[in-house]
Design a protein around this ligand. Structure first.
Ligand code: SF4
Ligand code: SF4
Length: 157
């Protein structure tokens, strides 16, 4: 899913009750971008942060993904200003983030592939365990390589 902060373009209207340019948003798309929020997550550095991500994903309607060189959390939650007809009921007062979003970049355009995307705690835990395992193997391999061996003590020759 593209986030509103990823797809910026000047003043493309969307989800306007009468605007022709928004027909696609209302009728074809069903206002997907008004049904979730996202926030940037700092890259996890420590075990407790990974544990926290695992906990985030234990909750319904939460996903974590990597896009635009950033980790993001998505929470699917319908905007309370979206009408039953998929129109914005506060169009003139809508937040800038909504004003700046563009059909050109949005998820409807189909540009939704992420390098990593986790919808469940299990997916994330598995990915992290595999990553940890690869790191362990890499370390032990490095430990066995001649270059990585500690120099042996001189015999005084
Ligand atoms: S996701 Fe794109 S097409 Fe759908 S409502 Fe938002 S801007 Fe319109
Ligand atoms: S304020 Fe309007 S445009 Fe913005 S998310 Fe809500 S319904 Fe959509």
């Amino acid at each position: 899913m593209r986030t509103k902060t990823e797809g910026r373009s000047k003043g493309t209207p969307h989800v306007h009750p009468t605007d022709e340019a928004s027909r696609r948003c209302i009728e074809e798309c069903g206002a997907r971008c008004c049904r979730y929020i996202t926030m940037i997550l700092p890259p996890p550095q420590r075990e407790y942060e990974l544990d926290e991500w695992s906990w985030f994903l234990a909750h319904e309607s939460v996903s974590i993904y990597f896009a635009g060189r950033r980790w993001r959390m998505e929470i699917r939650s319908r905007c309370r200003y979206l009408s039953d007809q998929n129109a914005c009921t506060i169009y003139e007062r809508r937040p800038d983030i909504c004003r700046l979003y563009s059909q050109e970049y949005c998820e409807y355009a189909g540009k939704t592939k992420h390098l990593y995307h986790f919808d469940t705690k299990e997916e994330f835990d598995r990915w992290w365990e595999e990553k940890r395992e690869r790191e362990r193997r890499r370390r032990s391999k490095r430990g066995r390589s001649p270059r990585a061996r500690r120099p042996t003590a001189s015999k005084g020759k």
